[in-house]
Design a protein. Structure first.
Length: 92
């Protein structure tokens, strides 16, 4: 979905001719997730950890909102059709 002060465009599923410019600000690791496996009565315990990589982006510009309006040629005027004047009808 793109929006400006004059119009809003909703894509299904994408907005055609829209581009997003972003700048990478930071690469980081998320909080640690602990994976713990255990089997009861067997003294089987395993612990693992995982940290997901994250990328922090800053959106610099979104283009494709404003499009130049297509030029519309004015429709040619139709030639005026002359109507015949009605003659008064006289009843006798």
């Amino acid at each position: 979905m793109l929006g400006s002060s004059t119009q809003t465009i909703i894509g299904r599923p994408i907005v055609p001719d829209a581009t997003v410019h972003a700048v990478v600000e930071e690469h980081a690791l998320d909080a640690k997730v602990i994976i713990f496996k255990k089997k009861r009565r067997k003294n089987y315990r395993r612990t693992k950890g995982h940290r997901q990589e994250l990328t922090k982006l800053r959106i610099a510009d979104i283009q494709g909102i404003e499009k130049p309006e297509p030029k519309v040629d004015p429709k040619p005027k139709k030639a005026a059709v002359k109507k015949q004047e009605k003659c008064p009808v006289m009843f006798l």
